[in-house]
Design a protein around this ligand. Structure first.
Ligand SMILES: [Zn+2]
Length: 80
């Protein structure tokens, strides 16, 4: 991930001023869930690519993240 949005994989030169920018993400509890529970929305605690954040949504798709999918993971080399 790069601060220079033009270096991020999701940058599109025709995609507008936000294309390729990093997003601040709430990894522990989503904004939507905090609002649903009526508790203060905590500050964001990590950065994500804009595309990754959009695909993550409110966290309901986290189990589909390629890094967490152990059923189809093909390792290029032995790994403990
Ligand atoms: Zn990403």
């Amino acid at each position: 991930m790069y601060r220079d949005r033009r270096r991020n994989f999701d940058y599109d030169p025709n995609g507008g001023p936000a294309s390729g920018t990093l997003h601040a993400d709430h990894s522990r509890i989503s904004r939507a869930e905090a609002i649903r529970r009526g508790i203060p929305v905590p500050p964001p605690d990590r950065l994500l690519h804009g595309q990754c954040n959009a695909e993550r949504g409110d966290g309901n798709h986290d189990h589909k993240a390629p890094a967490l999918d152990t059923t189809t993971q093909h390792l290029a080399m032995a790994w403990p």
